[in-house]
Ligand binder design. Structure first.
Ligand code: APR
Length: 232
């Protein structure tokens, strides 16, 4: 049965109230990437970086999954084949919407990582500068998110899924950041049909077989309904 691989970006969580990065007034209009989303920025000013992620962690804890998150969970439940969700998002809205086995290639706001010993634990709502690691007690706790210049997580597993995909959908992502932006090419190489679901066609839209334009809370449930109606 057809395997579906779905890549999501900030756009799928926009209607839940979480800012995207590159839209008008987005996070990268409010903060400089090099200050809050790089290891160098963290080394230079850990208070600024911890404050940036604390604010996002607190905000993410206060929002709810929307119809798009829930529709993808329904697809996972009702589709006879495998449905893998790979997200660039660090929020937990896919899981809150009922999705399972979500791969967070850029990490999660809920996670904390010790940069000294590699220990991982559930982050406190607000992480302090010099927060001690529960395992090695060193003051080296950081958000377990992937910063620019760092390797995204689970890449081997993701490429395996792309290599066996029959259908690849990119939902709510601007396709500006690699390696995620190249997943559509990997999927096409594997012979998958590809669809971009976005508020508007992205710069990379022509690389997809199909484009669905509109708000995710409207387009994704409809797309899932059409897929499930066509189940062979
Ligand atoms: N419905 C559908 N798509 C939407 C909606 C919506 N309601 N609102 C916005 N979008 C689309 C925008 O058109 C845009 O293409 O979501 C996309 C958001 O793009 P970005 O802000 O660039 O977010 P994303 O693609 O997830 O960024 C990728 O960049 O900064 C890094 O690590 C960060 O994971 C992030 C990565």
């Amino acid at each position: 049965m057809e395997k579906i691989v779905i890549l999501t970006g900030a756009g799928i969580s926009a209607e839940s109230g979480l800012s995207t990065f590159r839209d008008e007034g987005g996070l990268w209009a409010q903060h400089r990437i090099e200050d809050v989303a790089t290891p160098e920025g963290f080394a230079r000013n850990p208070a600024l970086v911890q404050g940036f992620y604390n604010a996002r962690r607190v905000q993410a804890a206060g929002v709810h999954p929307n119809a798009a998150h829930k529709a993808l969970a329904r697809l996972q439940q009702d589709w006879p084949g495998e449905v893998m969700i790979v997200t660039q998002n660090v929020d937990s809205l896919h899981e809150a919407g009922g999705a399972r086995g979500v791969i967070h290639m850029h990490g999660t706001l809920a996670g904390a990582l010790c940069s000294a010993c590699g220990h991982r634990w559930t982050a406190p709502p607000e992480m302090a500068v010099g927060e001690p690691c529960p395992a090695c007690a060193q003051p080296t706790a950081r958000p377990d998110v992937v910063w620019f210049g760092e390797m995204p997580y689970c890449m081997d597993e993701i490429y395996d899924h792309l290599a066996s995909a029959s259908l690849f959908a990119a939902i709510g992502t601007s396709g500006q950041v690699y390696p995620a932006a190249a997943f559509v090419h990997e999927a096409r190489e594997a012979g998958a049909r590809t669809v971009e679901i976005n508020l508007e066609p992205t710069l990379g839209a022509s690389g997809f077989d199909e484009r669905v334009v509109g708000k995710a809370t409207q387009t994704v449930p409809r797309w899932v309904d059409q897929l499930l109606a066509r189940r062979s």
